[in-house]
Design a protein around this ligand. Structure first.
Ligand code: SF4
Length: 482
């Protein structure tokens, strides 16, 4: 079996929550929301429905369409609230115990938690909690967050107060949607690494259903109107009394939205912190054309996330935009992949050149990232076999040089081609005629005034990071256990 985009980076998760003024088929609404967020995680998914304080859930490994069959979905109860999650785990293995939302019963009630991001102090927090007697069931840092919130809840008057106090201990990336018996709560970390937005649907009686989601594309999917992004550090509480915004943690840190949300992770039809993802990608292509113009006949984007930048490159350069590659949209998790030695066949299965468009032409090929370079080399071989005369590779991101600690699976420099080779060496290795990356100094043009994190490109981490990598930590833990 394959994971999609083996050589692409993976986002950790997508979260979705809904609260209706009366009992409704909130599981169905959440199902639609998760379907729209599927690109953010394909390992596992889950939905928890709150039926008058009674939680009913279903979660499992697999895609939303696989886990939620018609019979599963129709057996879920109606309720006033629901919480959903799609996961690609960067901490914690792909096991059932790491599926989300996490549900916990405690002295004062119930809590369900859906989390997108990674805590940069997860290991230190967990070790401290374990030393004080905590026992964890999963290896995901979401359980640490849930534990801290409940610990504070036992000492405070309300769940939102507990969330605010728990945030004092958390560092790194967390966009959360939480559900207690009475409340739905959306939380974004003070740096706003991961996106989170809210929307609403007003029915004929004038009653409002509120929705919180990782991306605005999920609001559109359920028929909700975009209201606004959750501010970095903000806690938004939805209950029978309406909506309450708590800003105790706002403004405590500079905004550090993950710039890779604009470059690759998010869906192009989403709006994040006031910026259209499509427009940001298109701008990246325009900059590449302004700075690295190639003498060529056709601009081709690598489907899907290279297409917007290719459009921008074509517009500025005046070189025609063409559909030179077709993606097989039906290759999914059940596809039996060829062995490691035979990846060429896998690339061929996923992407196919449109020979009439390609033959005899000098191609500008645009992709959003270059991680190990293997797929890119095979893609270029495919295009040359299809008759391309020249290939000028343009990457709509700077070179990856550093690991990410905030919810992306760049866990060590070891596999990053740009850490081992110069641009000209990489160009030779992938078999292109020329190669250029988006310059680091062009990133502000994508973020349009939003503060952003670009640590995987420049090594400037917005928080303290562990001095060892996840791999080191894992190996250390393993030897401790042995
Ligand atoms: Fe995003 Fe890179 Fe920062 Fe990770 S290190 S949050 S991938 S910009």
């Amino acid at each position: 079996m394959i994971t999609q985009n083996e050589e692409k980076l993976h986002e950790e998760c997508g979260v979705f929550g809904v609260i209706s003024p009366k009992a409704a088929d909130v599981a169905q609404i959440t199902y639609y929301g998760l379907y729209a967020l599927q690109h953010r995680g394909q390992e596992s998914c889950g939905i928890v429905v709150n039926d008058d304080g009674v939680f009913a859930s279903h979660k499992n490994l697999g895609l939303v369409g696989e886990v939620f069959s018609h019979s599963v979905l129709s057996n879920m109860p109606c309720g006033r609230m629901a919480l959903g999650h799609v996961r690609y785990g960067t901490t914690g293995a792909a096991t059932y115990s790491n599926c989300q939302p996490i549900e916990v019963n405690h002295l004062k009630g119930k809590l369900a938690v859906a989390h997108n991001g990674n805590l940069s102090n997860a290991l230190a927090l967990r070790e401290a909690l374990e030393l004080s007697g905590a026992i964890f069931h999963s290896t995901s840092d979401t359980e640490t967050i849930a534990y801290l919130i409940i610990r504070e809840r036992l000492k405070t008057q309300s769940i939102e107060m507990a969330v605010s106090r728990a945030m004092d201990f958390l560092e790194g990336a967390y966009s959360l949607v939480l559900m207690s018996s009475q409340k739905l709560i959306a939380v974004r970390d003070p740096m706003g690494f991961r996106p989170l937005c809210i929307g609403k649907m007003v029915d004929e009686a004038g009653e409002t259903t509120y929705v919180a989601a990782s991306e605005s594309c999920a609001l559109h999917a359920v028929g909700a109107e975009f209201v606004r992004d959750v501010e970095p550090g903000e806690i938004v509480v939805f209950d029978a009394n309406g909506v309450l915004s708590i800003k105790d943690h706002c403004g405590k840190a500079c905004k550090k939205l993950c710039i890779f949300e604009y470059i690759y992770f998010a869906r192009p039809d989403s709006l994040i912190d006031g910026v259209s993802v499509h427009a940001a990608r298109r701008r990246a292509g325009e900059i590449l054309a302004e700075k690295f113009l190639a003498d060529a006949d056709l601009v081709v984007g690598v489907p899907d996330s290279g297409l917007d930048a290719a459009l921008g490159y074509a517009n500025v350069s005046g070189i025609p935009y063409g559909i030179g590659l077709i993606k097989n949209k039906y290759i999914g998790r059940t596809f039996i992949a060829p062995g490691q030695d035979n990846r060429l066949d896998l690339v061929k299965m996923k992407l196919s050149p449109v020979i009439n468009e390609i033959r005899g032409k000098r191609i500008v090929l645009i992709d959003d990232s270059l991680v190990r370079g293997t797929t890119c080399r095979r893609l270029i071989t495919l295009l040359r076999e299809a008759g391309a005369k020249e290939i000028h590779m343009r990457i709509s991101a700077p070179p990856f040089l550093h690991p990410c600690y905030y919810g992306t699976d760049i866990d060590s420099e070891d596999h990053l081609i740009a850490t081992m080779h110069t641009v000209s060496e990489i160009c030779t290795l992938i078999g292109a005629d020329t190669l250029a990356y988006l310059p680091l100094e062009s990133l502000p043009a994508l973020a349009c005034g939003n503060g952003y994190c670009s640590a995987c490109f420049d090594g400037v981490y917005p928080t303290e990071v562990p001095s060892d990598t996840r791999k080191d930590r894992f190996e250390r833990k393993l030897s401790e256990i042995k």
